[in-house]
Each structure stands twice: as C-alpha cells, then as structure tokens.
Design a protein around this ligand. Structure first.
Ligand SMILES: Cc1cc2nc3c(=O)[nH]c(=O)nc-3n(C[C@H](O)[C@H](O)[C@H](O)COP(=O)(O)O)c2cc1C
Ligand code: SF4
Ligand code: SF4
Ligand code: SF4
Length: 637
C-alpha cells in the first residue's frame, strides 16, 4: 500500500498503538542495539524465542537501546492489564524465568527481583499527547519504583531519542504507531517550504554534530541558492566514546529519514545521502531496511503521496577517518575523492557536494526535526536556555556508575548528569574531571561542575558541546596522559595538508610524551601553550582549530600535575609508569594476602595477618594489587 495522506497513516497508527501499548499477547521487548547485543541480548532473544515458540500468547520482539547501557541486556515486558516492567541484566540464563515471573505477576523470588529496573509509568513519547496514558488504568505494583523516577531516567527529556527502546527499528509500522511521518505528510500537504524553515529557525535548533550552527539559518541559505541541491546526513560519528548517532540509527532510523524528508521539502531537494561510518554495520543494515520500507509505502521515491515532491536516499559508508566527518572532507569522500577538508571561502550551502548547494546535518539534528514540525517551534524552544534551545543527547562513559546514553534539556548543570543520572563514580574513587566535546573538547574540573550544558557556557570554561561525548575521569586519571592520548588520536587523524595542524600536533605530542616518560623540562608548559594558540589560530579546519583544547584546558585546570611531572618527576595518579611506584602502607595492611595471590609477578610476599612487602624489582606496575586491596594499603608514591 502507498500512503497518500495523514488519514491513511492514522489508520495504521491506531492499529500499532494498540499493538505497542495494549497488546493481546505478552510482548517482550529486548534491547537489540549494538550495546545490548554485545552484552548478550541476541542470546537472550534466541533463548526466549525457542522457549516460547509454541506459546502464541507470547511475542518476543526487538527494540533499539533505551539508553541504560550499564545494565544491558534490557528487557521490557508488556501486557495490557498489567504494569509494564523493565528488567536489567537479562542474560540468556535468566530470561525465561523473568518472563514467567511477569506472566505470573510474582516477583517474590529474590533472584528475579534483583533484575527489576522499574515499572513504566507512562510509555508515551512527548509527541503522543493525543492519546491517554495506556498505563493509566493499570494499578501500579507496590514497592517497585517507577522507571521514570529511577536515577538514570529522572530528569531526562527525550526528543531525539524519543522512540529508542520503544519501537522495533525494523518496523516502519511501529514508527507510524509513534506519530511517525505525520509531521512530514502534514508539511507536504499543508505547509509552504518557507514556513517549515521559519519553524526550524524559531525553534532555535542548532546543529548537534559539534559546530552548533543554527539549523534554520543553514536551511534558509541553502534554499536560496539555485542548483541541484542535496541533503546529506552526517553519520560519521568518530569521537572516541560517543555513540548517540549510532543509537538513533540503530533504534529509530525512520526519525532521521523523516527529518531528511522534511529538509528536502523545505530546501527544495530531491536527493538525500547518508554518510555512515563503516564501523556501524548494524546501523547501515537497519537504515537499508528502513529506506526500503519507506519506499514501499511511497514515502520515499517519485511523486510522494501524489504530489510533485520526490525524494530518494542513498547510503554511503566512510572508511573510518575521523576527518571525513568534517563537512567538506565528507562531501569530497562522497564524491569518491580523498576525504580532505577544503577552505570554506564559499560555503557548502552554496557549493558543496558536486559543487551544488548542499545541506549537511547531523543524525541527531535530523531526528529532532519531525518533533519540531509536529509540535511547533515554541514547544521545542520551551526547553533549554536562551542561546541553546531544546535537548541534547550525551553518551556518558568512563569512570561513572551508570554509563549510557541520555537526553537532557539544555541548561542542566553538568553535575546533575554525572552525579545524579550517572550516580557518581564507582567504588570510593574521587572525581577529577569530565571531558565534553570529544577529542577536541576540554576537561572540566570539579569546581566547575555547576556549569550548565549550553554552547556558550561550555565554551566559557574552555570546552565545547561537541557532538555529545562525556567522559568521566577519576583520581587515577593523569591529566597530562589524557592530553597526550587525545593528541595521539588527532595526530593520526589529521589529514596533514596544513602545517600548523600536522606539525603543531606532532610537536605538542612529542612534548607531552616526553613529560609522561619523565623527560619533561622547564618551559615545556609554556611551549605547549604557545603551540596550542598557533595550532588553534592557523589550522584550516575544525580538527586543527580545536585540537589544542585538551592540552590547554588540562594546563589551565591541572597545571600542578604538569609541574609535578616535570619538576618532581611524579605522576600522582599512578599512570605514567616512569614516575611512580606502588608501595604497601604497613599501618594499613591487614595481611589478608589478596594482593600476593593476584600479583602476576609474584612481587608481593608476607605472612598471613602480617604486613606484606612489595619487591620493586619484580613489579611491572600493572595495578592489579592496587585495585584488589580493600584496605587502601597499596599506595602510589
Ligand atoms: C574533524 C571533524 C570531524 C567531524 N565529525 C563529525 C561527525 O562525525 N558527525 C557530525 O555530525 N559532524 C561532524 N563534524 C561537524 C561537521 O563538520 C558539520 O558541522 C556537521 O555535520 C553539520 O551538521 P549539524 O549542523 O547538524 O551539526 C566534524 C567536524 C570536524 C572538524
Ligand atoms: S587542520 Fe588538520 S585536518 Fe584540517 S585540513 Fe589542516 S591538516 Fe587537515
Ligand atoms: S591486599 Fe592490601 S591489606 Fe591485603 S595483604 Fe595486600 S596490601 Fe595488605
Ligand atoms: S603492580 Fe602488578 S606487578 Fe606490581 S606488585 Fe602490584 S600486582 Fe604485582
């Protein structure tokens, strides 16, 4: 069937709303994005499928990732007259018992109870206020928290990630069931392109790929230039630790396709391209399926819904170069040329892909667009701060208890993300810094954790919003080594065509390596600062201009660590191997013997209940004993 109007869509929407929320069967949703699969979700899925293959009343289904990666595999079970329940760590050996417990509504077994994450209070996305909460008439269970009130989810506002974890990414009908393609069809039939652009402008949406350029202004400028216009989606996502875009593509690919369709309609383009990282095979697979489904329903292709608007999308995979995420390099790569940035004397909205006007936006940017068009610019602009409207998805990783993908309103203080949603650091380790903005971002220390997540505010503390990577670091993170790590990454990723970036990064890296190896000398810090300013001011593209950020912010906020590496030849974090030793604090050692048992070098000896001794000649500084000792008796000197 091809869809001609919103009315056609409404019929399928109603049918799938019931299937999604008030199913006749018991619906078991297993989070099957890459993170879930890596944690064993595919095995759980296969096990459940097999165990209940004869039971027509149980439906085993897949979804994308709901974000709480720390406790994958995540499984939600839904039945129309029972509370919807979300379970954590549902490995293949647990899944059958957990489903049976749900069917029997009996969680008295402690082994099952510990897998309960929460009961779902309201599964509607923010776009679904046209229907009643399907959980309204179901009596909640006592003593079980609502999922939305648990630390990781409390305070999140999901717009870009609205459907991730709630729909089967391989089912366009489930996307229809969540208001999918209504914004596009409404716009197609009832809105002038100029008015769509005005709505995007007034929403205040800024590009989520890192630069934060106002999306509506970009669209308006591209629409103004005559030519064979293209719409490109940047899904190259190369920042270490960032996976927002992957999660959206794996969990809700139609939201991005719909965003691109709306952009095509507004800007006057009939061709779309998805430039996806080759390392994201599942995202590519789900996109291929989604594009085919949208084409089969007549939502992509020629003369969509009987109008003269045509739009097709092709997928192209990048070869893993970080610099190919930069707009001009990406377009060169898409043309089959070497992916190398160009000077932007003429902007790509005027002369981009094949020298024609091109609109490039990030995955998350496009995923926001249907929500803005459906709910209106004032609604979207109602979230966030004056200059940073809406919400932002972050991948919270590193030394934090709750790792995962979350979406928060702009303006929320960094500490809320790390210490409330992330629940702080595991164990008794102290917080040291959080890095925002990917390899070119900055490290923000504890004293600045009140900083709101906002483009200007993050820039004012020397960091950037970037695409949304957020790496938490603890007291055992050496900030000089962190700067060295990111520069090492950027040195490899620099395309090498301009001196300040190519030579400047290499020289900075050489200095940082020397400092970490114990060969730092007076003047190195000042030289790094000087090089940083030069690289930042004179490089051609964003890779170079932002490359000094990790060095400059770590010097700014953790200068004493640099000084202690250079002057005292000490790395207090215990990372730079030439600059510290492990010792046993006799007064704290209980003689439990665990360290001796675990040491791979047999470097620790001692009698039971007597203080142990560590032989420096045998020690390779692997840190196993340090992590193992429960009495903090192993110390870094
Ligand atoms: C070195 C470098 C890498 C980049 N990588 C990405 C990327 O992986 N994904 C992305 O959306 N933007 C990336 N960008 C930003 C893009 O150049 C561009 O600004 C963005 O795709 C525009 O979309 P937006 O306005 O929706 O953010 C990168 C920029 C630089 C300088
Ligand atoms: S700044 Fe670096 S990555 Fe960018 S063009 Fe110059 S050498 Fe290439
Ligand atoms: S693990 Fe700690 S307390 Fe136990 S013997 Fe080793 S140093 Fe002593
Ligand atoms: S750091 Fe590693 S090698 Fe050294 S004493 Fe501890 S466990 Fe043994």
């Amino acid at each position: 069937m091809t869809i001609q109007s919103v009315k056609d869509l409404e019929t399928i929407k109603e049918e799938y709303r019931i299937k999604l929320n008030l199913p006749e069967t018991v619906k078991v949703n297993i989070g099957m994005a890459s993170c879930g699969i890596a944690a064993g979700a595919k095995d759980s899925f296969d096990t459940a499928k097999q165990a209940f293959s004869d039971n027509k009343k149980i439906d085993i289904c897949q979804t994308g990732c709901i974000g709480y990666c720390e406790v994958e595999p995540l499984v939600e079970v839904i039945a129309k007259d029972q509370p919807r329940m979300m379970f954590k760590n549902v490995t293949k050996d647990k899944i059958v018992d957990i489903i049976n417990a749900y069917i029997n509504n009996d969680y008295s077994d402690k082994k099952i109870k510990k897998h309960i994450l929460g009961q779902v209070k309201d599964p509607r996305s923010l776009l679904e206020d046209d229907m009643e909460n399907p959980q309204e008439k179901v009596a909640p269970l006592e003593d079980i928290p609502f999922l939305e009130e648990t630390p990781f989810f409390k305070g999140q506002v999901k717009i870009a990630l609205r459907n991730c974890g709630y729909v089967d990414p391989d089912s366009i009908e489930e996307y229809f069931g969540k208001q999918g393609y209504i914004a596009f069809l409404n716009a197609l039939h009832n809105t002038k392109p100029q008015d769509i652009i005005t709505a995007v402008k007034e929403s205040g949406l800024r590009g989520r790929g890192g630069g934060g350029f106002p999306t509506g202004i970009k669209w308006a400028t591209c629409a103004k230039h005559e030519g064979d216009r293209s719409i490109i989606c940047n899904a190259d996502e190369g920042d270490p630790g960032a996976y927002m875009d992957r999660s959206i593509l794996e969990g809700d690919p139609h939201s991005v396709i719909e965003g691109m369709l709306i952009a095509g309609l507004a800007i006057g383009s009939s061709q779309g391209f998805m430039y996806v990282r080759n390392e994201y095979p599942l995202a590519v697979k789900r996109l291929v399926t989604a594009i085919k489904q949208a084409t089969d329903y007549g939502l992509l292709g020629d003369n969509i819904a009987g109008t003269n608007f045509s739009f097709k999308i092709k997928i192209s995979t990048g070869a893993g170069a970080f610099v190919c995420g930069e707009s001009t390099a990406l377009m060169a790569s898409l043309e089959g040329k070497v992916g190398r940035p160009k000077a932007k004397y003429v902007h790509t909205v005027e002369k981009g892909f094949r020298d024609q006007p091109t609109n490039l936006n990030n995955v998350e940017t496009y995923a926001n667009v249907p929500a803005i068009v459906l709910k209106g610019a004032p609604w979207y602009a109602g979230f966030g701060t004056d200059n940073s409207k809406g919400t932002k998805a972050f991948s919270l990783v590193g030394k934090v208890r709750n790792t995962g993908l979350l979406e928060v309103p702009m303006g929320i203080p960094l500490k809320d993300i790390v210490f409330n949603m992330g629940e702080g650091l595991p164990g008794k380790k102290k917080f040291k810094a959080v890095q925002t903005g990917g390899p070119s971002g900055g490290c923000i220390p504890e004293g600045l954790m009140d900083t709101p997540v906002d483009y200007q505010q993050l820039a004012s503390v020397g960091s950037i919003m970037g695409s949304g990577g957020m790496i938490v670091m603890d007291e055992n993170t050496c900030m000089v080594d962190v700067a060295r790590y990111f520069l090492d990454f950027l040195k490899d990723e620099s395309c090498g065509q301009c001196n300040p970036c190519r030579e400047g990064i290499k020289q900075s890296l050489d200095i940082l390596t020397a400092i970490c190896e114990g060969n730092g000398k007076e003047g190195d810090i000042e030289l790094l600062e000087e090089l940083g300013v030069m690289i930042g001011n004179f490089s051609l593209c964003g890779l170079g201009t932002s490359a000094p950020n990790p060095v400059l912010t770590t010097i700014k906020y953790f200068r004493e660590e640099y000084e202690s590496h250079i002057r005292d030849k000490k790395c207090k974090a215990g990372v730079c191997k030439n600059l510290f030793v492990y010792e046993i604090d006799e007064s704290a050692c209980t003689g439990c013997g665990l360290c001796a048992k675990k040491c791979p070098q047999d470097a620790i000896t001692g009698d039971k209940k007597e203080p142990h001794v560590l032989d420096q000649d045998k020690c390779i500084k692997c840190g196993i004993c340090y992590d193992a000792c429960k009495f903090n008796a192993i110390v870094i000197k």
